[in-house]
Write a protein that binds this ligand. Structure first.
Ligand code: 3IX
Length: 236
């Protein structure tokens, strides 16, 4: 089942979400600092004690789960808690995905030292996560709401962290509930570092749900043409 969609008014105000995004960015900076710190051991212990206190302060009031998919004040579908693109998720890069004139998607990106796997390069699973998301975004850009069924990676060259890279993806084929997409993480000069192909499947329960999480016009017409409430239309 798809989780219920909420409007920001029902969960958080925009000012609070903006503050949460600033906190998440600070947490990313903290992770970088932890990854690279070379301060003396007593300083490590002192900072750890301060972080224990800060963690307790943040945990004093907890929500039931991470931020959900929702409609922003501009009416656009968003997921601020997403592990790849969520501004309010410290785990996210966050990736900023844009559409290309050809109907695909692209994103400038730079991995951080905390993403390291093999010596001096990014962990393959991290690259896979980014490509999974980019291919999924390409599928969404093609009008399909779908989940990853299979993902295949070709690691051509080690992926460096701390340097500008480009991610891109596009749909290659679609057939019923199945959509195939391909993409790559490349150097700015176009040299492919990791290539991906994936099969995305629209779950049977999502048929009739658009990429904005709302019922599609076709599904509404089939239902008898009832208009969808503005700003909120939870999948059934
Ligand atoms: C809250 C609202 C959310 C709304 C979201 C709406 C839109 C999204 C819009 C924008 C989002 C923007 C970007 C998205 C960005 C990133 C995407 C990230 C993607 C992920 O990170 S996502 C997490 C990993 N992903 C999973 O967690 C999937 C777990 N899994 C399942 O949820 C089911 O397993 C599912 C749905 C895959 C299939 O379930 P199902 O019941 O619908 O399908 P069914 O069995 O009927 O099969 C139908 C035909 O697909 C074949 N088939 C089935 N499964 C296959 C597989 N895995 N590989 C190859 N073929 C497969 C069958 O063989 C049959 O083929 P045939 O018709 O030829 O016989």
């Amino acid at each position: 089942m798809m989780p219920e969609l909420v409007t920001p008014q029902e969960s958080d105000g925009e000012v609070r979400l903006a503050a949460l995004a600033v906190l998440a960015q600070q947490a990313r900076d903290l992770v970088d600092a932890v990854t690279l710190t070379d301060v003396p051991e007593d300083e490590l212990t002192a900072v750890t004690a301060e972080l224990v206190a800060l963690t307790e302060r943040l945990g004093a009031v907890r929500r039931e789960g991470p931020l959900r998919h929702e409609f922003g004040p501009d009416g656009r579908f968003r997921h601020l808690g997403n592990a790849v693109v969520g501004d309010c998720n410290p785990h996210a890069l966050p990736l900023v995905v844009g559409r290309t004139a050809e109907g695909g998607v692209r994103a400038d990106l730079a991995f951080r030292p905390s993403h390291v796997g093999p010596p001096g390069s990014v962990h393959g699973g991290v690259s896979a996560m980014i490509l999974d998301h980019l291919l999924g975004e390409a599928v969404a850009a093609a009008g399909k709401a779908a989940m990853t069924g299979t993902l295949s990676l070709k690691y051509r060259r080690p992926v460096p962290y701390g340097v500008p890279l480009l991610g891109a993806a596009a749909v290659s084929r679609s057939e019923g509930r199945k959509t195939w997409a391909e993409g790559a993480i490349s150097l700015p000069d176009g040299t492919a570092l990791v290539e991906a192909t994936g099969l995305f499947i629209t779950p049977a329960q999502w048929v009739g749900i658009g990429t904005d999480g709302r019922e599609t016009a076709e599904a509404r017409a089939a239902d008898g043409g009832d208009p969808v409430e503005g700003g909120r239309s939870g999948p059934r």
